[in-house]
Structures are given as structure tokens and as C-alpha cells.
Design a protein around this ligand. Structure first.
Ligand code: MF3
Ligand code: CO
Length: 294
């Protein structure tokens, strides 16, 4: 097999846990990978490809994650503090038997990231931060259920948002669809980021380079790093079973960021202009992709 595992016999049980014979399950798939590897294609290691059982478990995690964001969507508005959002996320997640993945992750102090206006990502919820009319905020939720990870984020417009800022939020949402259109099995992953980058540039925006998407499932952040400032026809092929996030950060002004906040987390645009981000988690399939969390 292509990444050096022990050869399976045609009549052995398939490695994916389906219970089917290898020849009726992943034999053809492995032969395809082996051939591509010989041709010099860049391929993910098989350990990153999710088995059907893993996909089911990750979907259960994502059900909680989507539920959290649906709850936030219902309750968010002017006068709410980002601390309150954190409390909703903690309560909903734990009441559903899950753990908020950000809590204590590399020292992150809260259950969710709330990034307001010029904050690019990793904003820390605070009782002193009151959402007011005209603000935009990204709420980035990640969940661990039975050891399986899900991760997605949405933007929320608070009250009356200036048309230019609302357009940034809408265009960033649309950029996810532009990226998903490139999420085609056996095509290079770089096409996703390249398409999103071109779309953002057409709108006069810029894309943050330092942060991007990531593999996910058995861990919070797995390989690959999914850049949104990359060239087409680069990176791993999108092999069915690969799971990752698409989460571009699009700035109204320049792409440069400021990471000097003493809290070690909050990332801002260098020019202080607004920025937006949406995040989805996807699984590559034989036919295309499946949305896992949104
Ligand atoms: N949810 C973020 C992502 O999309 C990661 C946040 S890490 C944290 O990858 F510690 F800040 F929560
Ligand atoms: Co993510």
C-alpha cells in the first residue's frame, strides 16, 4: 500500500473497518494512490483519511458544534457581552456531553473565540466587551465529543451595519462557496485557496496569510495547513476521506496583521480596518465533498 503499511490480501478485511473484503472495498482506491504516488503526486498519508466509523463519530461532534452556533445566532444582538456568548457556548456544549475545544487549548482561557470588527481571529470573550449597533463579530466554535473534533465559525452583524462592512461579511461568506466549488476529489487542495484569494482580490480585499484552515477530526489541528494565499495546482490531492476546514480571513484593507497584543492571542488588522471570517469543516468523498460543520 502506498504509504508503507503491511500488504493486505484480496480476501482480508479492509483496513477501513467496513467489514468488507479488501478487494470489494479499498483495493482499487489503494492501487490508484500507489500509481499516483509513483507519478510523483503529493498525497496525504493514509492515517489522515477518515474511516466510516470515524466520520460518524466526528459528525456527532459536529452536531453539537452546529447546535452551539445556531443557539448563538438566535440570542446574539446589541447589548450582549462576548462573555455571555462564552457562557452560552460552555453551557450548551457541556449539557450535550461535549467539551469546548478552545478551553485550555495551549492556554486559551475561554470556550470560544469572539473576534469583533478589526480583530482577525482568536478574540477572547470578556465581560467588558459589549456588542453595539454596527459591530461585526466572528464566533468560532470548536467541540470535542468522545475525543472527536469539529470546528466552524460564522459572522454576525449587530444591528445596523454600514453597507461597506456588511458587503465584506457577505463577500467572505460567498468566498466559502467559491472555495467549495474547487473541493473536487483527486484535484490539488491549493485550488481552493487560490480561488478564494482571487475572489477576494476582485472585490478589492486582501487575505490573511499567516492563518488558514487545517485538517481536523482525531485532533483539533491536523495536517494539512490550508492556505488562502497560495497558488493553484499546489499541495496534496484531495483524496476521499480527507477532512479539513476552509476558513479564510478577509480584510477590507491590507493583509498585514498585528499580533502584539500582550494577551498573546488577539490578532488584529495592522491598518485597523474591519475583517471577516467564515469557517466550514468538510469531508472529501468519492463524488465531491460533504459539509460536516458550518
Ligand atoms: N477555532 C480556531 C480554528 O479555526 C482555533 C482556535 S484556537 C483557540 O482553528 F485556542 F484560540 F481557541
Ligand atoms: Co479551524
Amino acid at each position: 500500500m502506498y504509504d508503507g503499511d503491511v500488504e493486505l490480501g484480496r480476501n482480508d478485511d479492509c483496513w477501513c473497518g467496513s467489514g468488507k473484503k479488501y478487494k470489494k472495498c479499498h483495493l482499487e482506491f489503494d492501487e490508484r494512490l500507489e500509481k499516483l504516488a509513483q507519478q510523483g503526486a503529493q498525497l496525504p498519508p493514509r492515517a489522515l483519511l477518515k474511516t466510516p466509523a470515524e466520520v460518524e463519530a466526528i459528525k456527532r461532534s459536529a452536531q453539537v458544534n452546529v447546535g452551539v452556533l445556531d443557539l448563538v445566532a438566535k440570542k446574539i444582538g446589541p447589548g450582549i457581552t462576548t462573555e455571555e456568548i462564552d457562557q452560552w457556548v460552555y453551557d450548551y456544549t457541556t449539557e450535550h456531553g461535549a467539551i469546548p475545544a478552545p478551553l485550555d487549548y495551549e492556554g486559551f482561557p475561554k470556550s470560544v473565540c469572539t473576534s469583533v470588527n478589526e480583530v482577525v481571529c482568536h478574540g477572547i470573550p470578556s465581560p467588558d466587551e459589549v456588542l453595539k449597533d454596527g459591530d461585526i463579530v466572528n464566533v468560532d466554535c470548536s467541540t470535542i465529543l468522545d475525543g472527536y473534533f469539529s470546528d466552524s465559525s460564522r459572522m454576525f452583524c449587530i444591528g445596523d451595519v454600514a453597507p461597506k462592512v456588511r458587503e465584506l461579511v457577505e463577500a467572505t461568506k460567498e468566498s466559502i462557496q467559491v472555495g467549495l466549488a474547487e473541493a473536487q476529489p483527486w484535484r490539488p487542495i491549493g485550488n481552493i485557496g487560490a480561488a478564494i484569494n482571487a475572489f477576494a482580490k476582485e472585490h478589492g480585499y486582501s487575505v490573511v496569510r499567516e492563518f488558514g484552515g487545517h485538517g481536523i477530526g482525531l485532533e483539533f489541528h491536523e495536517d494539512p495547513f490550508v492556505s488562502f494565499a497560495c497558488r493553484p495546482d499546489t499541495g496534496w490531492l484531495l483524496v476521499p476521506g480527507l477532512m479539513f476546514t476552509i476558513e479564510p480571513m478577509i480584510n477590507m484593507g491590507k493583509h498585514r496583521i498585528d499580533m502584539s497584543d500582550p494577551n498573546g492571542w488577539t490578532v488584529r488588522t495592522k491598518d485597523g480596518l474591519p475583517t471577516a471570517q467564515w469557517e466550514v469543516q468538510v469531508l472529501m468523498t468519492d463524488e465531491g465533498y460533504e459539509l460536516i460543520s458550518w
